[in-house]
Every structure is written in C-alpha cells, then in structure tokens.
Design a binder for this molecule. Structure first.
Ligand code: TRP
Length: 358
C-alpha cells in the first residue's frame, strides 16, 4: 500500500505555537522520516469560508501568511506539495457526491462541529456549507488517496466521518477510496495547548497566543506575563504544577537536552516539578527557562521567515506548482469516482450500445 500524507489548516490567521506542537511538529517528523510516496499540505480556504462567508478578505490575506508559516517552520517544498483548496475544483465535485452518503443526523452528532456551532453563535441558523464541511474534508482526504493524516485531536471526528464515507462509497460503488488514519502527537500536553492566560483555548481575540511570527521581544513579554500559580507568592512557598500554564507549556515543548543547555541544576522536567512543589523555585526563573526553550524552537523559524518574507515570489511559485500537482492527482481520483458511479456518458459510445441492447 502507498503511504500518502495529507493535512491542512484554515487560513484565518497566523499560526501559533499550539499549531506547532499540535500538528506541524508531526509533519516535520514525517517529512524527515521520508517514509511516504506523497505528502500534501492544503491551505483550506474554502473550508475557512464556511464560517467566514462575509469576510473573504480575511481568508485571502492569510494565504501567504500561512504558507510562510509552513516554510519557516521547516516544511520543505521539495518534499511536500503545498496547495490551495479552492484552486482544486474537483474537491467540491467530490463533496457533492459524498453528500448522498451522509445523513443530517450523522452530521449533527459531530462533536467538533457542535462545539463550533456554539462558538460561532450559529445555533439559530447554521449555514448549510458550514454544516457540511466534514463532508468536504472527506473529499480533501480521499481525493489524494491519503491514509496518514497528521492532525490535532479536534480533527478526529472528521477522520471518522471520512472513514464512514469511504466505507459507504466502496460498498455501493466498488473499491475505489482509501480509508485514512489520524497521526496524533504522542504527548498529551500537545493536544490542546492553553492560552498564555491559562484560558482553555488559544485565540486571537483573547490575545493569549504566541505566534510563530512573534519577535523575540514579543515572546519574552508574553512568557513573562503568563499565568502560573496564584498561591505561589514567595519563592520559598510550595508551588503547584497542575493547572500551571508554564508547566503545561514545558510539558509540551521541553526536552531533556534543554536542561543541559539552559538549566543544568536539573536533569529533566520531573526533577524540576518536584523542586517547584517543594518550594524555592521562583516563577521568574521558571519563565526564563520556558523562554529559552521556546526560543530554541522559534529562533530558527524566525531566521527562515526573514528569508521568505523577502522572497515572497518564491512562496507564490511554491503554492502555484503545488496546486498544479494537486489538481493532477485529484482529477484522477474524480475520474475513478465518476467511473465507479457510472457517470461517464461521453467517455466512449457505450451508452448507445446499452440502448441498442435494451
Ligand atoms: N479542519 C482542519 C482545521 O480546521 C483543516 C482541514 C481541512 C484539514 N481539510 C483537511 C485537515 C483535511 C486535515 C485533512 O484545521
């Protein structure tokens, strides 16, 4: 079996460090392992429009932002095809055929969609396009025959929905589509990184995100104003680790080697946690360590960004070439799908033969 990797992001804003640990890190891992036949990363502009129909400019403005975020993080365009969803029009055609295989009640049960409906205030009137985006996501995945999907946990319901569509399609029309499987981070702390204020979710409107494109000074400011443990008043007081955002971030980002480089008094995070709980570790010291760990990751990203920001024409060509390739692959799948569904009237004159043989 072929290994095809596909994933994507909605271009509604710049990517932050939650995206990094939740999915980008795994993409880089897969890219470096090289154990794949094809690797696609899609900028999901059409999906972004399903809940931003009135603000297409926001989506347009973020296409290059997201592409530059990918490339600066280390996504290598010679190994990965980056493309724009709306420019691969057969994805919408596939979506239309898959819609027949999904019931309204099945869509209503999707926990991520349910949550988003509340978040967007769509309870009174849900846009049909938004309601159906899990079906369009199944088209994104199956159009490329993708079987490995590096995503965060919030995307599990979409992958499950895709598997169901694949099974229904293959049962009714023949074995054409491939069942995908998610590729999740192994570290629980990466599942949903809280905002710097300790709020459950990183969100632009809450101003609690550290962006991949933040300057060193911005990162410093954000780390040093992070939510820690309100009961840890004096350095000597025993501190709490659980619910302490700095430790949640350290869980997600720090490696044993970081102690050698930035905090040689300890060997690993478990030792540091024990010491913090005993008392004697100040929050400033703790935040300085986190800042060093984050900068180990962000500094090289910043360096690559400064290259791509001055070579945007290269980014543009990367997107264009990735999209041309994506169209080739997805068109082949659409052809197979339509053949399986007997929607190929003008391929030859078989329709006439069938008429004769009536
Ligand atoms: N729903 C994903 C998100 O919100 C984006 C996405 C669209 C995607 N199509 C996809 C992810 C296909 C993986 C595979 O981030």
């Amino acid at each position: 079996m072929k290994n095809i990797i596909l994933t994507g992001d909605r271009p509604t804003g710049k990517l932050h460090i939650g995206h990094y640990v939740g999915s980008i890190k795994n993409r880089l891992l897969l890219q470096e392992k090289g154990d794949y036949d094809d690797f696609f990363i899609m900028i999901a502009d059409a999906q972004a429009l399903t809940d931003n129909a009135d603000d297409p400019k926001k989506i347009r403005d973020n296409i290059l932002n997201v592409a530059i975020d990918y490339l600066s993080s280390g996504i290598d365009p010679s190994k990965v095809h980056i493309f724009i969803q709306s420019e691969v029009s057969c994805l919408t055609e596939l979506t239309f055929y898959y819609m027949n295989l999904v019931t309204v009640s099945r869509l209503q049960r999707n926990p991520t969609v349910k949550q988003e409906i509340v978040m967007r205030g769509f309870e009174q009137s849900i846009p049909v396009g938004f309601f159906c985006y899990p079906i369009s996501q199944a088209a994104d995945i199956t159009a490329f025959g993708a079987n490995i999907i590096p995503v965060g946990v919030d995307q599990l319901p979409m992958i499950e929905q895709t598997r169901e569509i694949v099974r229904s399609f293959n049962r009714i029309y023949g074995d054409v589509l491939v069942e995908p499987k998610e590729f999740l981070p192994t570290n629980d702390a990466c599942f949903r990184l809280p905002g710097t204020d300790g709020n459950n979710k990183m969100s632009k409107s809450l101003n609690n995100c550290i962006y991949l494109s933040d300057s060193k000074e911005e990162v410093k400011k954000k780390v040093f104003s992070m939510y820690t443990d309100p009961l840890h008043v004096n350095v000597s007081d025993p501190g709490h680790v659980s619910g302490n955002t700095v430790f949640t971030y350290l869980d997600a980002f720090c490696e044993d080697a970081d102690f050698v480089s930035f905090y040689p008094e300890f060997h690993n995070l478990d030792e540091l946690k024990l010491a913090y709980e005993k008392g004697g570790i100040g929050d400033v010291k703790l935040k300085s360590f986190l800042f060093a760990v984050l900068e180990r990751i962000l500094e090289p990203i910043r360096e690559k960004r400064s290259y791509y920001e001055t070579h945007v024409d290269e980014v543009y060509d990367i997107l264009k070439n990735g999209t041309i390739y994506a169209n080739k692959v997805a068109n082949k799948t659409l052809e197979k799908v339509k053949n399986a569904m007997k929607l190929n009237y003008f391929e030859d004159r078989q329709l006439l033969d069938e008429w004769e043989k009536r």
